[in-house]
Every structure is written in structure tokens, then in C-alpha cells.
Design a protein around this ligand. Structure first.
Ligand SMILES: C[S@@+](CC[C@H](N)C(=O)[O-])C[C@H]1O[C@@H](n2cnc3c(N)ncnc32)[C@H](O)[C@@H]1O
Length: 325
């Protein structure tokens, strides 16, 4: 299991970048970038090296934790998956590549691409001293154009990226991402209704193109949720002192809400059900919202069936639940 915390090597590289940088200026830029994101803006606001560092300090821990959680879910369903090559699209400071390195010791080749010069420069700086990411290849340019001449990869990731595109561009990009996927494509988005809708549309489009879902869904059917409900998960992550200072936060942790889909070329058999919300544990029973091969199930596990109750008590939002009947 990949930890939701940034790896020590990355933390050290970020700390080194902070030396001699004005905390106040970085915090002000981070606040502006966060506000831009909240208002539906994009990473276009990130232009200078201070902006890039502010983005990395404010958002990289949370997007890293979301990608790590998604990769954990993928690995649980595909324990045999050992990708050698990674393509990280809209890589920004390299967040998803760092998470993939932790998840897969098999990875030896890393291709990143992004249009943002400041984030690319930061990614190269952060990875410079890394034992495994030191030789990464990072192209600058528009994703669609770069993908057309990219090599295919075993694992393709687009993390917190597709939301920055308009609908038509997103549809085109989904097709290009899939074309470059030799085995598995992972797309992660913020866990908002809009982020979920983007994941849903991409899922629908690529299932029609022959993809299969590895996670989170236990099936390739239409999503059984109906509005205003939306499929999303949450990952708790620790906040470092610098992270707390930057966000003027009091709690030493934050909960990142995210939505994701992992799509594979080969169909999977026996996919586990997925826990879609934190189960409610009562004395008489546990109630849990599950996505199953038969659709959405509100499971009630009575206390009197001891073994099942004890098992269900361990379920957490986002967990895979194997059918043990
Ligand atoms: C919110 S950031 C996410 C960065 C990183 N993947 C992460 O999870 O931290 C979105 C990234 O997508 C990049 N991006 C958005 N649209 C793009 C496009 N059409 N071509 C290339 N990069 C793009 C932005 O430059 C930015 O770095």
C-alpha cells in the first residue's frame, strides 16, 4: 500500500526549495492560486517559480494522496500489474509520477508532459536528486499535440488535469489518452459533482471504445447512482508545518475528496464491490452503501450474524469488498 504522505525524498526536495524563499509571498500566491481554483479557474495562473512552489506546497500533498489512494485501489484489483513505462499527462510538478514510483517498483521509464513552464521547471528540480525519477523525460507543450507523437505506456495517468479543458477538447484528449495506453489508464479528478461528471463521461466514452473498468466500479455497466448523488472518495493526509503555515490551517491533517477511474485493456473477472460512503455502525446493525455487480445496494449487516458484522465493521469508505459467500 502506498502511503498518502509525500515520500521523504520529495519532502526534502520541497523543503530545500523553500530555503531563502519568502514565506509571506509564497502564502499570498498560494491563497490566490487556491482562490482561482475554487472559482473554477485553472493552473494558467501559475506563472513564476514562486507560483509553482506555492502550488506544490498548497496542492501537491492532497493530489498526491488522491493519486496514491487510486493506485492502491487499482493494485488491490490487479495485484499482478507491473508496469514498466509511465506517461503522466498534465504532470504539473510531477505529483502522479512520484505516487506511481511508490506504487510500482517495476517502473523504469517516466515520460511527463505539460504546457506550464514554471511547473515543469519545478518538477525537474524536485526530481533531480531522486534515485528513480532523476532520468525522467518531461516535454513542454499542449497535451493533445504532444500525445500524438508520444510513445505508448503501460500506465497512463491524468491527475487533476481534464477539468482544465473544455468539453470538446476533453473528449479528444480522452481518446488520445486511451490510444497511448498499453495496459491501464488512471484519471483522477476533484471529488466534486462536476469532477465526477467528467469521470463519468470519460468512462462512458472509453467503455464504448473497448475499455474495461478496474476500479472503483465492480462492473462495466452504467453508473447506478442518480443525481444529486455522486461517486467520490476521501483520503486523509497529514499536513506538514510548512503546509499548515501556508494555508493558515489549524488542523494537522486534511481530507481530500477525489473521484477516479482506472480503465484497462483486458477485462477483469471477479471485481470486488466498492464501499461508497462511510458505513454507519449501530449496535443492532451496520448499514453500508455498496456498488456491486448487481448495482447499488444498501447493505444491512445485523449484529446477530457475528462474523459478517465484525467483517463489515472494518469497512471504510472506498474499500473493496470481496464477496465471501
Ligand atoms: C491542477 S494541475 C495538476 C498537476 C498534476 N497532475 C497534479 O496532480 O498535481 C493541471 C495541470 O494540467 C496542465 N494542463 C492543463 N491543460 C493542458 C493542456 N491542454 N496541455 C498540457 N498541459 C495541460 C496544467 O498546465 C497543469 O500543470
Amino acid at each position: 500500500m502506498t502511503s498518502p504522505s509525500l515520500p521523504a525524498e520529495l519532502k526534502a526536495a520541497l523543503d530545500a526549495k523553500l530555503q531563502g524563499v519568502s514565506r509571506n509571498e509564497t502564502a499570498a500566491r498560494a491563497a490566490l492560486i487556491s482562490r482561482t481554483y475554487r472559482d473554477g479557474g485553472s493552473s494558467v495562473a501559475i506563472q513564476s517559480s514562486t507560483d509553482a512552489l506555492a502550488y506544490a506546497l498548497a496542492r501537491m500533498p492532497a493530489t498526491y494522496a488522491a493519486v496514491a489512494a487510486s493506485l492502491n485501489a487499482l493494485c488491490e484489483v490487479r495485484p499482478d500489474f507491473a508496469p514498466k513505462t509511465l506517461l503522466d499527462v498534465g504532470a504539473g510538478p510531477g505529483t502522479a509520477s512520484w505516487a506511481a514510483v511508490e506504487a510500482f517498483s517495476s517502473l523504469t521509464s517516466f515520460a511527463l508532459l505539460d504546457d506550464n513552464a514554471a511547473l515543469r521547471a519545478l518538477a525537474l528540480d524536485l526530481a533531480r536528486g531522486s534515485a528513480r525519477l532523476g532520468d525522467l523525460k518531461y516535454d513542454k507543450g499542449e497535451a493533445g499535440a504532444l500525445l500524438a507523437r508520444s510513445e505508448s505506456a503501460d500506465l497512463v495517468v491524468a491527475s487533476y488535469m481534464i477539468g482544465e479543458l473544455g468539453e470538446a477538447a476533453r473528449t479528444r484528449l480522452a481518446e488520445s489518452l486511451w490510444n497511448k495506453t498499453r495496459d491501464t489508464l488512471l484519471v483522477v479528478e476533484p471529488g466534486t459533482p462536476a469532477g465526477y461528471q467528467r469521470i463519468l463521461a470519460l468512462r462512458r466514452q472509453l467503455l464504448a471504445a473497448g475499455a474495461h473498468v478496474a476500479a472503483p466500479c465492480p462492473h462495466d455497466d452504467a453508473c447506478p447512482l442518480s443525481a444529486p448523488d455522486w461517486c467520490h472518495f476521501t483520503q486523509r493526509l497529514p499536513r506538514s508545518r510548512a503546509h499548515m503555515q501556508l494555508k493558515a490551517a489549524e488542523l494537522p491533517f486534511e481530507d481530500e475528496k477525489f473521484a477516479y477511474v482506472a480503465l484497462t485493456r483486458a477485462p477483469l473477472r471477479g471485481r470486488p464491490a466498492r464501499v461508497l460512503a462511510q458505513p454507519v455502525v449501530g449496535k443492532a446493525e451496520i448499514s453500508a452503501k455498496l456498488c456491486t455487480t448487481e448495482g447499488l445496494v444498501m447493505a444491512r449487516i445485523p449484529h446477530r450474524i457475528k462474523a459478517d458484522y465484525v467483517r463489515a465493521k472494518r469497512w471504510r469508505w472506498g474499500d473493496a469488498v470481496m464477496d465471501e459467500s
